[in-house]
Unconditional design. Structure first.
Length: 236
């Protein structure tokens, strides 16, 4: 790899490689070599796992009130092939990738190959500088996506949105009170209301406690004028 390219890549990634051969390998697609073990495929395999653990740990620490399902949805959005390829294109690293004849104009270069390149670079940083260096690179790359993904998730996670609003603006934490439940054990309905300090908000019914709490949180957000909409129907 020539020195100008190396310096430009290190400036873009924010990481200075000790082993330049490792970086060169990360940038080499299997179409450019006769032996696929001399391409970035193995690095791509490793980088995929490193990316997942960094993102999972970050989401776990950043969103302590999200349940497993919420965290899984955000993680899936973040590490998608689309986001990985977008990140590589935004950084401008795709132009440094070594590909075989006929691949330069391939649509895959802007999609799956670009995503694989990002994973390979993550692995190269990890092998060259350790987990902390790889984590720093991943977070630098994915923080904008984390912000966008959380905003999308919060639109349907009214409990999380209410908690954020209450803690930031009211200096309190929502309490969910179960008011009533009806029906046989196999088909119960639950009525829940939100309490913030001394203020009680309109209750809501749900087919399970989680659904009732989400609907009650929605009602509270409407009454607090955080959201615009219509209060849930509270019939039994």
């Amino acid at each position: 790899m020539n020195q100008p390219d190396l310096q430009q890549i290190e400036r873009i990634t924010g990481y200075k490689f000790k082993d330049h051969d490792l970086l060169s390998l990360a940038l080499t697609h299997s179409s450019a070599v006769t032996n696929r073990t001399h391409s970035n495929e193995r690095l791509e395999f490793l980088g995929d796992s490193i990316l997942s653990i960094v993102i999972c740990q970050t989401l776990y620490e950043r969103f302590p009130d999200y349940l497993e399902g919420d965290l899984t949805k955000i993680k899936s959005m973040l590490v998608s092939r689309r986001n990985c390829s977008l990140a590589i294109k935004e950084m401008g690293l795709i132009r440094f990738m070594k590909v075989g004849k006929g691949m330069a104009e391939s649509r895959a270069l802007a999609g799956s190959l670009a995503a694989g390149l990002l994973e390979a670079i993550i692995a190269a940083v990890y092998l060259d500088g350790g987990f902390d260096a790889a984590k720093e690179f991943v977070l630098k790359t994915f923080n904008p996506f984390i912000e966008q993904a959380d905003a999308k998730q919060s639109q349907g996670n009214f409990k999380s949105l209410l908690q954020q609003h209450a803690q930031q603006n009211l200096n309190c934490t929502p309490i969910y009170e179960l008011l009533d439940e009806k029906g046989p054990d196999h088909n119960k309905c639950f009525e829940t209301q939100v309490i913030l300090g001394n203020q009680h908000f309109s209750s809501a019914w749900g087919t399970n406690k989680k659904e009732a709490e989400q609907k009650a949180a929605f009602n509270a957000l409407i009454e607090l004028r955080v959201l615009k909409g219509t209060l849930e129907e509270n019939g039994s």
